[in-house]
Design a protein around this ligand. Structure first.
Ligand SMILES: [Zn+2]
Length: 423
């Protein structure tokens, strides 16, 4: 039997596996049922000849005895020495949200679609990679090197209890793993080379409280923040809009530097909806915003941070009584794998051969676990490739296409053949 036919023969198995993964609600936050989903995969992969490890990311954000951060790593050695190809999928899913017409954890099938939270992002991709690996091993039991499959926690909340933890433990050391494919839903004919960086910070302007009838006796922190926002509008946004990247980011609007103002709070805290009283008359002595700045491989973090600090320092020098504090909340550095990297060239050729189309290169506007494999693991031969339409991720009535899963499994199997069969 050819590998492609062997994968197609596993269609029912692929559907059943996808369904059983969706039916375990691995909601993050808070991080439910991580042990159950890892245990299911542990049993399955052991029965297919993999040696497995269940790893709890003790002490990482969110880890507790009620919501432990469990991960699974499975490895199957080949007959001779060679490279190791690793498929990494996150097993957590985001909240359900409103607007569903299907049971979010029912894994209903309708035509060519399997519905459910996480179907597309990314339990369908996880199932496809498992089917691809199992079929490849059955077809070529004499393969060289090793195949690894991991199912990891917390990608949706930064990956610290998942891939970052495993990378710190050496699981993505280039001496151990040489090629990584992350089956995120990027569409079956696209190769995702990496993602932009992110810098999150809180800025607070300071004022002085006074009676609202005599604001001149105080100092309004909200007006100071207005001046900050004005600097952003007149200086920062035009400067960012002029900066374009060579990264193939989709959609087009994300092919430049961007910044979201995530929140603004100033003055008295808002009362609950059932409070019927009126506000007291006070001049606000504090106003805070949270900014979410996404940056390009062509920019560096010091410049990104420095350009905001320069605007704030300029106000401090030129605006009466302007005082501020800035607290950095989080940083993610951009990651971009070279188009000539072996895993990119291999998957490129596999897509052409299996699907008969030329693949498109993309990069992600937000980040995913590649950052940890790159920055902590120091492994630069990593891409995201998997079934599912990116636009469906995190939406109501999320689904994954059965044909798409089969096609991408064939591409993954083909890539395994290129990387692990003696030439
Ligand atoms: Zn995902």
């Amino acid at each position: 039997m050819s590998l492609a036919r062997r994968i197609y023969a596993k269609r029912d198995d692929l559907i059943a596996l996808t369904q059983s993964l969706i039916r375990i609600p691995t909601l993050n936050p808070p991080g439910r049922n991580y042990h159950d989903v890892c245990a299911l995969l542990d049993t399955r992969l052991k029965s297919h000849g993999f040696s497995t490890e269940m790893i709890r990311a003790h002490g990482t954000p969110g880890d507790s005895d009620i919501f432990p951060r469990w991960n699974l790593v499975a490895r199957r050695e080949g007959a001779t020495k060679g490279d190791c190809v690793h498929f990494n999928s996150h097993h957590d899913v985001v909240e359900v949200g409103q607007g569903w017409t299907r049971d979010p954890f029912g894994a209903e099938i309708d035509g060519d679609k399997v519905y459910g939270r996480g179907a597309c992002d990314m339990k369908g991709g996880l199932a496809a990679s498992i089917i691809a690996a199992e079929a490849f091993i059955e077809e070529h039991p004499d393969f060289a090197g090793a195949v690894e499959i991991s199912a990891t926690a917390d990608e949706e909340s930064g990956g610290y209890g998942g891939v970052a933890y495993l990378a710190e433990q050496g699981f993505f050391d280039p001496a151990r793993v040489q090629h990584v494919i992350i089956p995120e839903p990027l569409n079956k004919d696209r190769i995702c080379l990496g993602h932009r960086g992110g810098w999150w910070a809180e800025i607070e302007t300071k004022g002085e409280i006074a009676h609202g009838s005599m604001p001149f006796l105080g100092d309004c922190a909200v007006r100071h923040m207005g001046a900050v926002l004005d600097q952003f509008e007149t200086q920062l946004y035009p400067a960012m809009a002029a900066r374009h990247t060579q990264m193939p980011v989709v959609p087009d609007g994300a092919r430049q530097s961007t910044m979201n103002i995530n929140s603004i709070h100033g003055g008295q805290p808002e009362q609950s909806d059932d409070y019927t009283g009126l506000p007291a008359h006070c001049v606000p002595d504090s106003c805070r915003i949270v900014i979410d700045r996404r940056f390009l491989v062509e920019e560096n973090l010091e410049e990104v941070r420095g350009e905001v600090v320069a605007l704030l320092e300029d106000l401090k020098a030129n605006r009466d009584k302007f005082e501020y504090e800035m607290r950095e909340l989080n940083v993610v550095l951009p990651s971009m794998t070279d188009k000539s990297a072996p895993v990119v060239e291999t998957v490129h050729a596999a897509i052409e051969s299996v699907l008969g189309v030329a693949p498109t290169y993309v990069a992600s506007p937000g980040s995913y676990d590649q950052k940890h494999i790159d920055r902590i693991g120091k492994l630069r031969n990593c891409i995201a490739y998997g079934p599912g339409e990116l636009e469906l991720a995190h939406k109501p009535d999320e689904w994954v296409g059965i044909t798409d899963m089969l096609d991408s499994a064939k591409v993954m199997g083909h890539a395994l053949g290129t990387l692990l069969l003696p030439k």
